[in-house]
Design a protein around this ligand. Structure first.
Ligand code: SF4
Length: 415
């Protein structure tokens, strides 16, 4: 099959030879409108590694607090609150354990735990949480705390990030999530998250984790003010660390959502900020450039289950799991479901002509589904939908907490 965009022909030859793509190749891919060729090449690259298998985890997202010291400077974030702002919450450990009890009626294998940078919560709050969760749910892996949270805890405790990571590991953490990476470009970071851990520091925390035997995920937030060069350099930085450590399990491109945050207001955007075209292209280019990361995951709460299903033939071999209650992206206006049932995940994967494989956090196979017949009832066959005070969402009344004019040059840089 011939590429409609002739500039992709040399890249096609490299993909067929399983040859590493260059920075220029990656830029060509991002600038090309020949999405079907890019998707087809990514599918070749994915099938070489993963065949027709598509992995998912029966997971539950838990966000212990939305109070964050960077609430006024991460202008793309709709989740965080100042301590006294409407909608601010901080869970007691009992509340976290109560929330996690949804796992009792469900086949949960992973808790995904991330939150704000609370000025007063100490490391012991988190290590007690992890120990308590392991005691109550010994079969569930804990994937917890972004590199940004790890660095924040190190700072308020006066520890090194290595000491924090060791304490987390000893308390039962199996792996780190990939959040907080955003884009590493200093210019883009200065515009959307100017007080956050730098790209180099984010990579250093993951390097440290990998050296300690803690694998991690990696992400890129796209669709805000970043340039195509920023995207490519971000992917190359991830690839370079993976060459060094081999510790990344999966890459997850994350679509920016503009509702209820200062950046969305400054850019004059509401609803979604990315297109299905761009969502699929980011999956496919990620698969092609990150030749040393085995898995690429599509995050259905951000891009819809329908785009995620199509992404499974655009180089993607992992589908975000059951989630139970998704707070972070729904705060930013995601119109997707709060959770999907175990059987809905299986049906989405099978509907794309793929073979579902349930995995744990470390990509060990938990279950395959030959001959499996999903329950005919829609909804949540493994347990009730979560209800009650712990599962409420209250959007910010106004995104603007601080008068902050984004530089015109930054706005001009948006796609
Ligand atoms: S993106 Fe993370 S660090 Fe930044 S304000 Fe939101 S919760 Fe805090």
């Amino acid at each position: 099959m011939t590429a409609r965009d002739a500039s992709l022909a040399p890249i096609e030859e490299k993909v067929q030879r399983a040859e590493r793509l260059t920075r220029d190749d990656a830029l060509t891919l991002f600038h090309s409108a020949d999405l079907l060729t890019i998707g087809r090449l990514a599918d070749v690259a994915n099938r070489r590694r993963n065949g027709d298998r598509v992995f998912f985890a029966a997971n539950q997202h838990i966000n212990p607090t939305n109070v964050c010291v960077l609430r006024n400077t991460c202008v793309f974030c709709s989740f965080a609150r100042m301590p006294k702002e409407d909608g601010a919450y901080t869970r007691s450990l009992e509340d976290v354990f109560a929330e996690a009890d949804a796992a009792h009626d469900n086949p949960t294998r992973e808790f995904h735990i991330v939150g704000g940078l609370h000025p007063k919560l100490r490391l012991s709050y988190y290590t007690d949480m992890f120990r308590g969760l392991k005691q109550r749910h010994p079969g569930v892996h804990i994937k917890a705390l972004t590199a940004v949270e790890v660095a924040h805890l190190a700072r308020i405790e006066g520890f090194s990030t290595r000491e924090v990571l060791i304490a987390m590991r000893e308390a039962g953490v199996t792996s780190l999530p990939g959040g907080g990476a955003e884009v590493f470009s200093p210019a883009a970071r200065a515009a959307i998250a100017d007080r956050k851990l730098s790209g180099k520091e984010w990579l250093a925390v993951h390097r440290e984790a990998h050296r300690l035997g803690i694998p991690s995920n990696c992400t890129m937030l796209y669709g805000h003010v970043e340039t195509m060069e920023d995207r490519v350099d971000h992917l190359l930085a991830l690839r370079s660390l993976q060459d060094e450590t081999g510790g990344f399990l999966t890459y997850i491109p994350l679509a920016y959502h503009p509702d209820h945050n200062e950046l969305g207001e400054a850019l004059g955007r509401t609803g979604t900020a990315t297109t299905g075209f761009d969502d699929l292209k980011n999956i496919a280019v990620g698969r092609l450039v990150l030749d040393n990361i085995r898995h690429v995951k599509t995050h259905w709460p951000m891009v819809t289950p329908f785009i995620s299903q199509v992404a499974l033939t655009f180089g993607c071999d992992d589908l975000e799991g059951t989630v139970v209650f998704e707070r972070v992206y729904h705060e930013a206006g995601a119109g997707t479901p709060m959770w999907l049932s175990y059987d809905q995940i299986i049906e989405l994967i099978r509907g794309a002509g793929k073979e579902p494989v349930e995995r744990d956090s470390l990509y060990q196979t938990v279950r395959t589904f030959e001959g499996y017949v999903p329950a005919s009832a829609p909804g949540r066959p493994q347990g009730p939908a979560p209800v009650g005070q712990l599962f409420q969402l209250e959007h910010r009344r106004s995104a603007v907490a601080r008068k902050r004019a984004l530089a015109a040059s930054v706005v001009d840089g948006a796609e």
